[in-house]
Design a protein around this ligand. Structure first.
Ligand SMILES: Nc1nc2c(ncn2[C@@H]2O[C@H](COP(=O)(O)OP(=O)(O)OP(=O)(O)O)[C@@H](O)[C@H]2O)c(=O)[nH]1
Ligand SMILES: [Mg+2]
Length: 282
């Protein structure tokens, strides 16, 4: 069959559909959230829907964020780290139909951990901020933030900074949408775990709990993962503070409340590693 015949065999409607998709694709690109802080390689969700249930999973590196997502979705969707190096470098969202409401979607957002071995917290926060800003720009809101903390790590030197960043990233109004969750209970005797949890609730997490954050435990089971999801589903979705700052107020990343905290501390990462992560090699 010659090319002109092949072409004429294309139905008019197929041609129109193809062209419409091309035009839509173009206009979707044009709708992307624009900021000098955004880089080409940043990961964002391109097909966000207004009724999506967005659940970012945040926490320090190695606490089990990717493992949590895999257990919740029932497959190895996110890569889990098995050595001392941090594992997740770019955000990854995993979409599943909402059980009981299959027309809606639950979007788990696996994030790179704070205190990463190669990437500064400011860069981690920027990557998270870009993902959140694009999704808010596409009119999706955040249903709940699951913040994971390794219960076997009673004291960690930078946890205060990490918690301040979490607080400012979410904002006071979103504190009730945060589930402060401990992981790795199997790594400590139950008594030690209970003691550490009590200390967290009374000290580091005290202010957030007063503002409505809930406390949960993740024991590595599917049931426990979904109990946490249900915990955050109790609250209406809202825009996080960093989303409003970046999109509504058009602030640069370093001008946001969370960005200021991330930048206020001395960089821990050697210059060479920061140089590599700046140019997207991590
Ligand atoms: N004992 C125990 N180990 C766990 C648990 N969850 C995760 N791990 C292990 O902890 C290590 C890190 O897990 P990840 O899921 O990659 O942690 P992460 O928070 O995604 O780490 P980054 O991507 O580096 O931020 C892996 O070896 C996991 O197998 C848990 O509940 N208990
Ligand atoms: Mg990970």
């Amino acid at each position: 069959m010659s090319w002109p015949l092949q072409y004429s065999a294309l139905s008019h409607s197929a041609f129109v559909t193809t062209m419409t998709m091309a035009v839509r694709g173009h206009s979707k690109d044009a709708q992307e959230w624009r900021s000098k802080d955004r880089k080409r390689e940043d990961s964002v969700m391109k097909d966000g829907r207004e009724d999506d249930i967005i659940i970012p999973i945040l926490g320090r590196t190695g606490v089990g964020k990717s493992s949590f997502v895999n257990i919740a979705v029932g497959r190895e969707a996110a890569r889990v780290g098995h050595d001392l190096e941090s594992c997740t470098a770019m955000l990854q969202h995993i979409i599943i139909p909402c059980p009981g409401e299959p027309t809606r979607r639950i979007v788990f957002v696996d994030t790179p951990g704070f205190d990463d071995t190669n990437i500064d917290d400011a860069e981690i926060l920027r990557r998270i901020g870009v993902w959140l800003a694009q999704s808010y720009h596409d009119r999706t809101k955040v249903t709940g933030v699951i913040y994971l903390h390794d219960i076997s790590q009673a004291r960690v030197p930078t946890s205060r900074k990490t918690l301040q960043m979490l607080h400012k990233l979410c904002g006071d109004a979103a504190m009730k949408n945060v589930a402060l969750t401990t992981t790795k209970w199997g790594d400590v005797p139950p008594m030690t775990g209970e003691k550490n949890e009590k200390e967290l609730c009374e000290n580091s997490w005290g202010e957030m709990i007063e503002q409505g954050s809930q406390v949960g435990r993740f024991d590595g089971t599917v049931e426990s993962a979904w109990d946490l999801v249900e915990l955050v589903l109790q609250n209406p979705p809202l825009a996080l503070q960093i989303q409003k700052e970046l999109v509504d107020l058009k602030r640069r990343f370093h001008e946001t409340a969370a960005g200021r905290i991330a930048n206020a501390h001395e960089p821990r990462i050697p210059f060479g590693e920061r140089f590599k992560s700046f140019f997207g090699f991590h």
